[in-house]
Design a protein around this ligand. Structure first.
Ligand code: ACM
Length: 443
């Protein structure tokens, strides 16, 4: 096994003593939007271990790129792993950068990562996102898209150069379920984690709704809505993974179309609750374990201040103090949820984090506060955390981490002229309310 750049990293000088509050102390890293070569992942693992964290969820596939070598379907990495250019900035005035972006991990590299992480107490949870976020898959294998192959090709489905939620989803033929299961078979040969991510988020249902063949299949299967179809699809994949001895983790949308009287997911499926508490509460009520990763406190791509010099500002303000104020189980949490939460996770989406330094900027020092919450529960005592902060920042300096300084970005960390889309908290909370309406109505 090769040694990583950060071998022998000393523990971060944080309050991480005694028994951890949460068993699952995770970070999700999106290597689909931005491929990071293996040495960067090994360094990231060292840094997570130094923060007392024990799960790295690796988001290996999305509309913008497929990063996992699949021997049975080599075009996934060859074609799905390369996009012609990338969106620069966010929102209506964003542009394209004209720079091809590519990369995928060989199975040997990922085995090395799994072993390296395991030796440092970290489980690598692989994630492939289905049945939505499917453009990179369909660029390589259009036969798995909605409509005939010529129709999919005519839509110019390529690994997406834009960010957002594409409307390309997998079709729901038996052959497509088999394809997905074969890919997960290979994933499970490489990753030994008992938990495997299958996505399930942000599935645009318009194509399914407009496609006569999909509607025919829904009728044959006695499914009354596209939400039920999504639940059916995810249930099939989760059932297959169960035969391999794995349990799934999926984003809280996987509970859409669920019915307590006729569950489609295995009881041991884990809900990653990112859109406020609704999915967490429903998941717990249905008997699922829950990992809490509410975007307002744990999405480290969100902007760190409302300053004009924040690089490509997206999302709501999530300052270091906000990260420290994360209260995973506040007074409103039900007893069922309290009994079902297995942990917390910070999610690092990388649309706008195109270098290792930009990744560092987004993650640190917020990860220090998150790590203490994962270890001790939250919210943190801010005054006491601030007392530890100078030593922690000095430690980050010692590790060569290009973190965000407390008083704002250094000149080279800014992105002057590159637009973002800052959100305010009230409008995001209202949006989350709308997005989770169907979960609130679930039986
Ligand atoms: C997600 O942020 N789409 C899980």
């Amino acid at each position: 096994m090769s040694s990583g750049p950060g071998d022998g990293v000393a523990p971060a000088p944080l309050d991480l003593d005694g028994e951890p509050r949460f068993a699952w102390r995770g970070v999700m890293l999106d290597v689909a939007r931005r491929f990071r070569p293996l040495p960067d992942l090994l360094r990231f693992v060292d840094l997570l271990a130094a923060h007392g964290l024990n799960v790295l969820q690796l988001h290996l596939a999305d509309d913008q790129g497929w990063r996992f070598e699949v021997l049975a379907y080599p075009r996934l990495a060859e074609i799905g792993g390369r996009r012609s250019e990338s969106q620069l900035g966010h929102g209506p005035t964003s542009t394209l950068d004209g720079v091809p972006h590519e990369g995928s991990y060989s199975q040997a590299e990922l085995r090395e990562l799994v072993g390296y992480a395991s030796a440092r107490g970290i489980r690598v949870v692989p994630e492939l996102d289905v049945p939505g976020h499917a453009r990179a898959i369909l660029a390589a294998y259009p036969e798995f898209g909605v409509g005939d192959v010529e129709g999919v090709r005519a839509r110019n489905v390529e690994p997406w150069t834009r960010f957002g939620i594409s409307d390309e989803v997998l079709n729901v033929e038996e052959a497509t379920v088999e394809f997905v299961c074969t890919v997960f078979d290979e994933l499970c040969e490489v990753f030994d984690s008992d938990v495997v991510g299958f996505g399930g988020d942000e599935v645009r249902k318009d194509r399914w709704a407009a496609d006569p063949r999909t509607q025919e299949l829904m009728a044959e299967r006695d499914l009354g809505s596209e939400e039920e179809l999504q639940a059916w699809f995810l249930g099939r994949v989760a059932g297959h993974l169960a035969t391999l001895g794995r349990r799934v983790i999926g984003w809280d949308e996987m509970l859409e179309g669920s019915d307590a009287a006729a569950p489609t997911l295995p009881a041991d499926a884990v809900v990653a609750s990112w859109r406020g508490p609704v999915g967490a509460e429903l998941g717990a009520r249905l008997g699922h374990d829950v990992v809490l990763c509410p975007d307002l406190w744990t999405y480290f791509d969100y902007r760190q201040s409302d300053g004009a010099d924040e690089p490509i500002p997206v999302g709501t303000v999530l300052s270091l103090e906000d990260a420290a104020s994360f209260e995973p189980l506040d007074a409103s949490a039900s007893p069922e949820l309290r009994g079902r939460v297995i942990g917390v996770q910070a999610n690092v989406w990388t649309e706008h984090l195109d270098t290792r330094d930009r990744l560092d900027y987004a993650v640190f020092p917020r990860l220090g506060a998150f790590a203490e919450v994962a270890w001790n529960g939250g919210p943190l005592d801010w005054a006491s955390f601030q007392e530890r902060l100078p030593a922690y920042l000095a430690w980050l300096d010692g590790q060569g981490v290009a973190y965000r300084p407390i008083d704002g970005p250094r000149p080279e960390q800014r992105r002057p002229g590159v637009p973002g889309v800052p959100r305010d908290r009230a409008s995001r909370v209202a949006e989350l309310d709308r997005l989770t309406a169907s979960l609130r109505a679930a039986r």
